[in-house]
Design a protein around this ligand. Sequence first.
Ligand SMILES: [Zn+2]
Length: 578
Amino acid sequence: MVTDESRLRLLLYKWALKNALDHGGRAQEKPVIAKVVAEDPGAKAAMSFLLREVKAVVERVNAMSLEEIAQALSEIDPSLLTERRAREERRTLPPLPNAVKGNVVTRLPPEPSGFMHIGHALSGLLNYLYKEMYGGKLWLRFEDTDPRKVRPEYYDSYRDGYSWVGIRWDHEKNNSDDMELFYEHARRLIEEGKAYACTCDRERMRRLRAEGVECEHRSREREWHLEMWDGMLSGRFGEGEVSLRLMGDMRSANTTLRDPVIMRIVDHPHPLKGDRYHVWPTYDFAVSIEDAVCGVTHVLRTSEFALRNELQDLIRSYLGMPNPTYVEYERFEFEGTPVARREIRALIEKGVIGGWDDPRLATVAAIRRRGIVPEALREFVLRYVAMTQSRKVYSWELLHAINRRLIDGTTPRMFFVDGPALLKLRGFEPVEVELPLHPEGHMGTRKIRASGELYVRFQDLLEVGVGGVLRLKHLANVRVLEIGDGRALGEALPGPPEPGMRVVQWVPVESAVPVRVLVPGPLFGPDGAFNEESLRVVEGYAERNVLNLKRGDRVQFERFGYCVRDSDEEPVFVFTHR
Ligand SMILES: [Zn+2]
């Protein structure tokens, strides 16, 4: 009868946990009893016992936090947890205006002047997903016509990054391969009176553009402009001495139309072209022509570019080229994370952060290192990218929630004790326990040999207190007898887990592996100031099985979070998310 009662008590506990989990942490007595009887019809005979016990069980479960409830249930019957991972509705992108099935051409236009960040990955995915949705072509086109900014290593950083997120492109080119084409179109514009040479210095040009005043060069005869252009190409002039400007509208409210420079002299070798060219197109000129040359039908861009659409359309109309349809979306920015390369480079140069793959950054290298999977980015785009301007800064938690759901089923569980205290157990016989690598059981098991000396979280001991009982997961119940400075004495109790017991992870002292976990936080606070505690190093002990993980392998440290092993030599991990 005693064993029967403890079995029924465990059943009550299990269904109280499940009921609480399904109802925001509040279990109710009646449904719990109904579930117990449904699972074991013989329990009806012990109805008076059930009615007597259920109140206390429900009360103690309702006093637990949702996380504690899930933790307790994961030991008793993890299959009841799986329903929580219900499939969420899959979203699709909003329709693209003016899209013809089979003929949508989009592009990835990276400037190889800094490492690829999550914003490039997400906007790249947007272009790719639209191309896939309608059928057509996707270009990878490097906007590399500013020799001072371009670095050779960044071309591959984008190729790798786009491949990693699962983007397949149909064609690839560099704008710098089309220099002769830019020269040809520039000359044509001069001949047709739509571009002119100007020798104003940068400051004067800026001032006159701001004032909406034309300079004297604009009205000079065509022959002079052609001669100056030839002089630019032949190397007669140095940087800043003369440039080619578009004949725009100096009084336009859209200041980008006030005769912008379209070709300028740059006295700097290009990483791919060397010294071959020293007259380079500006961004707008190169992009206008290339989008037309590539047959781009849809330009997806952030609203900060809105004013330039008009300029690029004007350039193309001068050249008799067709214009694409523009689709605007809000820039992908994540809270507390600088996306601007200038800011990141400054932080690296100052030694404030480690490099382009520092886990606090939002570069593709960094998010990859800390365990975000490419599918999560894809789903993020489908779910959150709206063609609206309502949201500007995304919460990391949105991405983490998707990532968590994607990686959970394939990530093994292990024990890691942060802030450890040494717990000596009285009356405990050494034992080898076999624990599931995943609560659902499909990943096999791992073994841990436990003796009477264990590491547990000091905080757990303090919160349970002397005289309290805690549950060492899959091992034993322990009554805490004494708590000292970083150590404690306990007594192992027989029996299964009981309602209200805190379920904790543990690591045997004799096989403990000292582990460090790098936990990235926001680089900047809401006030924009650098966050001194943006990278926390959490130290503790992990079970020996972590040594089987290789660099890049994922693990969920129970009650701590998902992590990725960061080094083959040392047991160092990077924190992914809770
Ligand atoms: Zn001028």
